[in-house]
Design a protein around this ligand. Structure first.
Ligand code: FAD
Ligand code: SIN
Length: 515
């Protein structure tokens, strides 16, 4: 298959870019590959909303300051200013494309508040903002004849110079990707003039996560194998309030906007502990709240703390958070009377594939956008609800840049995927077992609080898993679960190695040996 633009991923980042470039050039083609159903993504589950300055009480200056404070000195200030200032224009576009956001009785946006924000500035659609944005973008994409969306297609690896025999250039360049059709099992090449990685986050590397099962860091791992620069992977963000479930694993999020609405965090004794840690109490930035909860749990030996909403205006609460209210009821928790058991869970990766302000990676013709990218916006800790905003702004920048660039077809012959001598893996138990081991070691040794000893132990264990899985990969026909495991191992390696390189604690990174 040949296309002008190959987009890997159908969340907010990939879809926004696809809509823009396809509308601008109706004669050019866009192919979106996505490994699950077309709407399955982290985007779909975003709750709180999008941080955008939209009224006179707020200002760009305040949003910039809040972002810089949350990032703990490691944000790229120029990027922060650019992203914050572009927010209102990107919001106008979303509205034009049919996304609906809540308004109050006077017709103004009903703004929410979240940790680290000095103002009410979160534009939202109830507590299912991501679902609404994904809906609007997919509707728009389906109206465009020059966009082909291929659900259940898994991108295995990027095609770069080293795949091409007659390659004469020294510049590292991307020519598309090898893709697995998950229904037929066949692997084919998509040759593309430009490729966009919009493949999302890494939550599943930890097992206990707010992310859906697609968040296996594939794009970051593919880019790493292709020798793109990957940066800031030590800054994994743990969301303070995932619903505690005794089984562990994937966990439903209780939005930070609930704390913005006035909920309190309490320990088992009922003591409201956050004011002891930070004067902003429950609305301190996420790194501080997660570290404080972790400390409380270590002191008490308990498995979770509680979020108390019982003092809040319940009618208004249910109006704003109907999904959270309902989900808790399904777990036999009535928010009107019961405290919600919550625990931090892996939520977001602040680092990723390093890009410049135009979204370009260190490989020619390869761009990255959204959670898989590292733009410099988040520094050591992302400010809540800045992620959807970042994806919207960078999708626009990449589109603007590519619209100016020549679109000459690439004159190369890409060899077909070669799986000679491989067989269908029979030992599925090996994949499952190694996955469980990987997730356990990341939780136990590479969690909210780290130490050099634990990190070194983690890398030793990881090396063993890596070797076993690489051997399995070489002898096996490609399956999604095997590729995902391999990708998560690459991502875990990057997190641990970059953690060991960091000698100063900042934002979401806390190592007891750096004190
Ligand atoms: P995603 O939306 O995750 O999309 C990635 C896409 O890539 C998916 O379609 C996936 O299937 C596909 N893909 C991945 N690998 C492959 C592959 N190998 N081959 C083919 N396709 C592939 N942020 C905010 O700003 N505000 C919020 O309120 C908010 N709430 C959140 C709540 C939850 C529960 C979660 C999990 C996250 C939340 N976030 C929020 C973070 C935000 O939702 C994500 O960072 C953002 O949506 C990422 O968008 P994306 O397009 O980069 O990736
Ligand atoms: C939330 O609603 O708490 C998630 C917001 C975010 O991750 O930005």
């Amino acid at each position: 298959m040949t296309t002008d633009y190959l987009v890997i991923g159908s969340g907010v980042a990939g879809l926004t870019f696809a809509v823009k470039i396809a509308e601008k050039f109706p004669e050019r083609t866009v192919v979106i590959v996505t490994k699950s159903f077309e709407d399955e993504s982290n985007t779909k589950y975003a709750q709180g909303g999008v941080a955008i300055v939209s009224n006179k009480e707020d200002s760009f200056k305040k949003h910039i300051k809040d972002t810089l404070i949350a990032g703990d000195g490691l944000c790229d200030k120029e990027v922060v200013e650019m992203v914050v200032k572009e927010g209102p224009d990107r919001l106008k576009e979303l509205l034009l494309w049919g996304a609906n956001f809540d308004v109050n009785d006077s017709g103004k946006f009903d703004l929410g508040k979240e940790g680290g924000h000095s103002e009410y500035r979160i534009i939202h659609h109830k507590d299912i903002t991501g679902f609404e944005i994904e809906r609007a973008l997919l509707t728009k994409v389906h109206q465009l004849d020059n966009v082909t969306i291929l659900p259940h297609h898994f991108a295995i690896d990027l095609v770069t110079n080293h795949h091409i025999e007659e390659n004469e250039t020294n510049t590292l360049r991307c020519y598309g990707a090898y893709v697995l059709d998950q229904n037929s099992g066949s692997i084919f090449t998509i040759k593309a003039n430009n490729t966009l990685l919009a493949s999302g986050g890494i939550g599943c590397v930890y097992g206990h996560t707010t992310n859906p099962v697609i968040a296996t860091g594939d794009g970051i791992a593919m880019a790493y194998r292709a020798k793109a620069r990957i940066k800031d992977m030590e800054f994994v963000q743990f969301h303070p309030t995932a619903l505690y479930e005794a089984k562990g694993e994937s966990s439903f999020l209780i939005s930070e906007a609930v704390r913005g609405f006035g909920a309190y965090l309490r320990n088992k004794e009922g003591y409201r502990f956050m004011p002891d840690y930070d004067e902003r109490a429950e609305l301190a930035s996420r790194d501080i709240v997660s570290q404080s909860i972790d400390n409380e749990l270590k002191k008490s030996g308990e498995a979770h703390v509680y979020l108390d909403c019982t003092h809040l205006d319940m009618d208004a609460f249910i109006d704003h958070f109907p999904n959270i209210y309902q989900k808790c009821l399904e777990h036999h928790i009535d928010i009107k009377t019961d405290w919600i058991p919550v625990v931090p869970a892996s939520h977001y990766v602040c680092g990723g594939i390093k890009v410049n302000k135009k979204g370009k990676t260190t490989i020619d013709n390869l761009y990255a956008c959204g959670e898989c990218s590292r733009t410099g916006l988040h520094g050591a800790n992302r400010l809540a609800s800045n992620s959807l905003l970042e994806a919207l702004v960078y999708a626009h920048n990449i589109y603007k840049n590519l619209a100016k660039k020549d679109n000459n077809p690439l004159d190369v012959n890409i060899p077909d995927w070669n799986d000679e001598g491989t067989s269908i893996p029979k030992e599925h138990i090996l994949i499952q077992h190694n996955l469980k081991q990987l997730q356990a070691l990341m939780r136990d040794y590479v969690g909210i609080v780290r130490s050099n000893k634990r990190l070194k132990r983690a890398i030793k264990h990881l090396d063993l898993i890596y070797e076993e899985v690489e051997d399995l990969y070489k002898e096996s026909k490609i399956t999604t679960s095997l590729c995902e495991l391999r990708n998560m191992i690459n991502v875990a390696h990057l997190i641990i190695r970059q953690s060991l390189d960091r000698t100063e604690n900042k934002g979401g990174y806390y190592n007891v040996d750096n004190l």
